[in-house]
Design a protein around this ligand. Structure first.
Ligand SMILES: C[S@@+](CC[C@H](N)C(=O)[O-])C[C@H]1O[C@@H](n2cnc3c(N)ncnc32)[C@H](O)[C@@H]1O
Length: 424
């Protein structure tokens, strides 16, 4: 057992852990708050810093509140349930203010934080592990560990997804395809939960029959299955698996990217549409880069014609099919924007370029947007650090920030979504 030591929490790190100092070194202490005195035990290292686990809160912060979920703080899904709402929301908004200031936009007009409520998350990537007795643990990884917190409930997920935990566990217990490790990605579409199961063993005929029976019993229109990281195949399909974006019905591929909640999606779409020029000429063209299944493309198409660029073939096919069926003015193009970014001469056609890259940002594409002097760039980001790096490129190229909206898509986590409108 490590010796206990008393620490004063001075600040909160980017990952939401309390920060103390010990002999000149940074110590990260999860589930603590600025101003608190804690008794803690050192647990390891994170880079040059140390990590510690709080054993007792000796002097609690006046902003400490009771967490909403019994699995807090063990479950790695949430980091900040113990913090009062007002300082939590201020900290989240400040992430965008700071990222833009460090990029060179100290005067950026940052809007108030757009909120998403608890029990609204419609996408879950659940980890699965069979234990020695055959029972299956289902949940999120424990904080900073590979072990799985076997969830009885979840305060952020939509209750319709939480209701599937226990039946899924019972199903998986008798499914030989799950030998030890697997995952279940559940997207709550307009047609119900859409399930992608990944297991480490093959799916036999009785297993397929069990999945079909499970789908029928729980109102799941589609269950897809894949072995390991292989391509998913449809194991049971009882109806359409679809979701509408700006009234256009899309059938996304199993496990496809979906904005984390309806409320988050609405805030992002609202900020993107508000960021467009007030007047667009009748023949104006918009580009939607990293378009996924069209969350932004179809709302954008209500204002002008859209070319949607996306790397995943199945999403491009879904987008194309939906646009064709609805007669929406969206053209979907498969393109790997890291390996083959849009060049300046291709970008000149677009009045506005919207981009919503993955967590790593768009370090290859953004310099080309700057070089092409695209008049308006609307950047949707799920990672303030990547946004900061990419925004710096735009600052150096003479862009200014016309609007910036922080969106709390990932409630009680340290993650922040934001929409930033750059003009020149
Ligand atoms: C954050 S999601 C955004 C999707 C969509 N804009 C939305 O709101 O639902 C990022 C998307 O970028 C795609 N992507 C990732 N890397 C890519 C690349 N190198 N080139 C093109 N698309 C990529 C992913 O498949 C995913 O659909």
């Amino acid at each position: 057992m490590a010796d206990s030591l008393d620490l004063r929490i001075e600040d909160l790190g980017a990952a939401g852990d309390g920060i103390a100092r010990l002999e000149g070194r940074t110590v990260f202490v999860p589930a603590t708050l600025p101003g608190e005195q804690v008794r803690a035990a050192l647990t390891g290292k994170r880079g040059d810093a140390l990590t510690a686990e709080a054993e007792a809160i000796l002097v609690p912060s006046p902003d400490r509140v009771a967490p909403a979920c019994p699995h807090f703080p063990d479950c790695g899904g949430c980091t900040l349930q113990h913090w009062a709402d007002a300082p939590y929301a201020a900290w989240k908004r400040a992430k965008l203010v700071d990222a833009l200031a460090r990029a060179g936009f100290g005067d950026a007009p940052v809007a108030p934080l757009a909120r998403t409520p608890p029990a609204a998350r419609r996408r879950a990537d659940l980890a699965l592990r069979r234990g020695p007795g055959g029972a299956v643990a289902l949940g999120f990884h424990a904080r900073g560990s590979g072990s799985i917190v076997d969830l009885a409930t979840c305060a952020v997920l939509d209750p319709r997804l939480v209701a599937l935990f226990e039946p899924l566990r019972a199903l998986l217990k008798r499914l030989p395809a799950l030998k030890r490790d697997g995952s279940a990605v559940v997207n709550l579409l307009d047609t119900g939960p859409d399930l992608l199961l990944r297991t480490d063993g093959a799916l036999d005929a009785p297993g397929r029959a069990a999945l079909a029976a499970f789908a029928a019993e729980h109102g799941i229109p589609r269950i897809a299955w894949a072995q390991g990281n292989g391509a998913p195949e449809t194991a049971a399909q009882l109806g359409a698996a679809a979701i509408a974006f700006a009234g256009v019905s899309v059938s996304p591929p199993p496990g496809a990217f979906l904005q984390a909640s309806r409320e988050g999606e609405a805030a992002i779409v609202g900020a993107v549409l508000a960021g467009l020029p007030d007047k667009l000429p009748p023949r104006a063209a918009l580009a939607d880069l990293f378009a996924g299944n069209g969350t932004l493309s179809f709302p954008l198409a209500t204002r002008a014609r859209v070319t949607a660029f996306e790397g995943m073939a199945e999403s491009v096919a879904a987008l194309s099919a939906a646009a064709g069926k609805a007669g929406a003015r969206v053209k979907a193009v498969r393109r790997d924007l890291d390996r083959q970014p849009l060049a300046a001469k291709e970008l000149h056609e677009f009045a506005t370029v919207v981009l919503d890259p993955p967590y790593a940002g768009a370090p290859v594409q953004v310099p080309l947007l700057a070089r092409a002097q695209v008049p308006r760039i609307i950047y949707v980001s799920c990672n303030p650090a990547a946004l900061q790096r990419d925004a710096q490129v735009l600052a150096r190229a003479g862009y200014r920030v016309a609007a910036a909206t922080p969106v709390d898509q990932f409630l009680w986590s340290p993650h922040l979504e934001s929409v930033v409108v750059f003009t020149r």
